[in-house]
Design a protein. Structure first.
Length: 441
């Protein structure tokens, strides 16, 4: 959506950066600031203008890409984008009959903005509160559950439709339809832009946590692109979950369990790739590079999650992550404990992906043949036909059984389906290693 007309702009620096540097900066702002700006603008102009808020932020970022390479980057890029977005929204709102209902709030914004002297327009408290409100708007019970998470990922976290479709293992068209219907439902139901209370809070918290969980997973293992790890998404998920855990609305054992899971897994990020960006298996990682401070934080939140008697899938996954994070080396990993946790997790979530992870644990406890049998027993395995990790796991089991020809074939299937450069390079190496064993010496 192209929006014409903008009021005053922020003065720019005279130093002109390289275009690639501007692209990286705008991408950073989109990931770290875009959702905050959408939340702020939605509070000011009303939830009925959610689409407008998203459009003007996107347009402001587009104008930054066009302008900054020639005129220079402003002293406060985030404030520039925020003001540009606000001014674009004002131009549209002034032409609508609803302007008078928001006139006092808009006037307050303009007055405060004028005295901000180029700095931040909003306090951290206001930003945090607006983001929490947006979390719960996206997860209102009038919105279908599968659409709640998709909307939160799009609006709150800045996910593209493609990223969301891969997180849900579905099509882009299906996700686009969910988003459109969800926004229509918000408008028709006049969903309030507020943090809910009492029983309503408990109902919506589940979808909020699921959205944050999916955000972290996309960063921990990107669904496509050159980079396997997108650390900025992991950090954003951790920041949002910490924000939720610190607020009375989200200070629950399940929130702390999810935060523990994120921290314990994120502690290993630096060791998941080598210096060339190649994927490293857990057994090949340098554990000295694991972030011990983050592991301690994760274990602390895991302790807080034990309050009360509730047990959730996040508790169990955090327990699995803790087994990995606290093992001195791969050989000393408590795979028996991990398998028992996966057995319990299957009671909460019997999805084929969880079953595949359990099969890995089975293989480590009872051997590769038992692992293959566990994979074969996954009753929903057809849903994994296009999931490259299915074939990667099968390849590893076949290799451990010295079935090199079968292993090569499984790794080849995984290679054809993998979408990140790092994963494809790793699988190519595994194929070459197997073929090297097969060649006569």
């Amino acid at each position: 959506m192209r929006l014409e007309g903008m009021a005053e702009m922020v003065p720019l620096k005279t130093v002109v950066p390289e275009p690639d540097g501007v692209s990286q900066l705008v991408e950073h702002l989109f990931r770290h600031e875009g959702a905050k700006m959408v939340a702020i603008l939605t509070r000011i102009f009303g939830i009925e203008h959610l689409n407008l808020a998203e459009d003007v932020v996107q347009e402001a970022l587009s104008r930054a890409l066009q302008t900054w390479p020639y005129r220079g980057v402003p002293d406060n890029p985030a404030a520039w984008i925020m003001r540009a977005s606000r001014n674009l929204a004002l131009d549209v709102i002034r032409r609508q009959k609803t302007f008078r209902a928001k006139e006092a709030e808009i006037a307050r914004l303009i007055e405060r903005d004028g005295s901000a002297s180029g700095g931040a327009i909003f306090s951290e408290y206001e930003i945090a509160d607006d983001r929490l409100r947006m979390m719960f708007v996206c997860c209102h019970p009038v919105i279908l559950p599968e659409a709640q998470v998709a909307l939160a990922l799009k609006t709150l976290c800045g996910f593209s439709v493609t990223e969301i479709s891969r997180a849900f293992l579905t099509t882009e068209a299906a996700i686009a339809k969910r988003l459109t219907r969800a926004k229509q439902t918000i408008q028709e139901a006049r969903v309030p832009f507020e943090i809910p209370a009492s029983d309503e809070l408990a109902r919506r918290l589940e979808s909020v946590l699921q959205s944050l969980y999916l955000l972290f997973n996309e960063g921990y293992k990107a669904s496509s692109g050159d980079k396997l790890v997108r650390e900025e998404l992991c950090q954003e998920a951790i920041r949002l979950t910490e924000l939720l855990a610190q607020h009375s609305a989200g200070n629950h054992p399940k929130t702390h369990a999810l935060l523990a899971l994120m921290l314990l897994n994120a502690a290993r990020l630096a060791a998941r790739e080598d210096e060339q960006g190649n994927l490293l298996r857990l057994e090949d990682q340098d554990r000295a590079r694991w972030d011990q401070e983050m592991i301690m934080r994760g274990m602390s939140h895991l302790g807080e999650s034990a309050a009360g008697h509730a047990l959730s899938e996040y508790h169990l996954q955090a327990g699995i992550a803790a087994c990995h994070a606290t093992a001195k080396d791969y050989q000393l990993t408590d795979w028996t404990r991990i398998l028992s946790l996966y057995d319990r997790l299957m009671e909460f979530d019997d999805s084929p992906v969880v079953a595949l992870n359990r099969a890995v644990a089975v293989g480590n406890v009872h051997g590769p043949k038992a692992g293959l049998e566990a994979v074969a027993a996954i009753h929903k395995s057809k849903k994994l036909n296009s999931y490259y990790l299915l074939y990667a796991v099968l390849g590893e089991f076949e290799l451990r059984l010295n079935h090199q020809h079968a292993a090569v074939e499984q790794f080849r299937k995984a290679f054809e389906l993998a979408e990140t450069k790092s994963e494809r390079a790793f699988l190519l190496r595994r194929m070459q290693e197997c073929e090297g064993i097969l060649r006569p010496h």
